[in-house]
Write a protein that binds this ligand. Sequence first.
Ligand code: ACO
Ligand code: ZN
Length: 287
Amino acid sequence: KLATKIQKSNDSLKYIQIRNFKIRTWYTSPYPEEYNSTPTLYLCENCLKYINDKYILERHEQKCFEYHPPGRQIYQNGLNSIWEIDGYKNLNYCQNLCLMAKLFLNSKTLYYDVEPFMFYILTEYDPETQKHNFVGYFSKEKVNTTHYNVSCILTLPIYQRKGYGNLLIDFSYLLTKAEFKCGTPEKPLSELGLVSYRNYWKLTIAYLLKSIDSSSISIRELAKQSGMLDNDVIVGLELCQSLLRNYSTGEYMIIVNIPKITEIIQRWESKGYVKLDARKLLWKPLI
Ligand code: ACO
Ligand code: ZN
């Protein structure tokens, strides 16, 4: 079973309520003690402020209402948008976001030191309320000395297994390609992070193998076109059963397994998940 969930004692935080959803939490998060000892924590979807009393939250939400998260809308396609938020400019929002994310992450992550990061929030528009509802996000270091292009990624559990994690991952690589770089997510990956990334690397390589001229296929070229690091390209090729390794020389040979990549692509397309449209990106690298 994926994601072993921690058993918590009775007097600790078990649920968060956000919009009209009550979501079971998976792990503990360093909220101040009085918020951690209540069974349900109420979150304002607009600012992600946490309150342990439903009525106080309702009053707060009447004053605190926006149609979308803070920051700049840098992508919009159909009902989905992505908003870029600077951890320095929206300190409280980003701290609250990291505290919430920790409820679904086992490993240690940042909570208060959010200034060096940018946050990318995925929303889904609800035509009835005209609101852009929070779906998930990823964070990314502003100045990057490593190849990391994602620090932390989350899809709210109520939106999981609908392809949104894949959309966020795809978007993170789109930014990396716009910076003319290659990148990889920060390690260690959680179990869910690993299965999602392996699925993404497999799919991306399958689509590239299908589309690019076979004479120009090399690990280097695949890395350049995907924004992925060589090692992740190799994982993708292996999952597409399109990589042969000569164990005596250590050399790799790419042999495109057409039936396999066709099957991978068909299976994925049959899910009907939303796709990223790279032409809709409204964003230029900082430097
Ligand atoms: N079990 C098996 N396969 C899975 C699962 C799962 N629970 N979740 C994702 N996958 C794989 C599947 O191949 C899936 O395709 P399918 O649904 O057609 O089978 C594919 O990944 C794409 O899944 P998405 O629906 O796009 O992913 P989702 O929106 O659920 O988000 C995420 C994935 C972000 C990892 C989510 O599970 C999550 O928020 N987990 C908690 C936080 C976390 O662990 N984040 C990653 C930490 S590592 C890091 O941040 C760098
Ligand atoms: Zn609020």
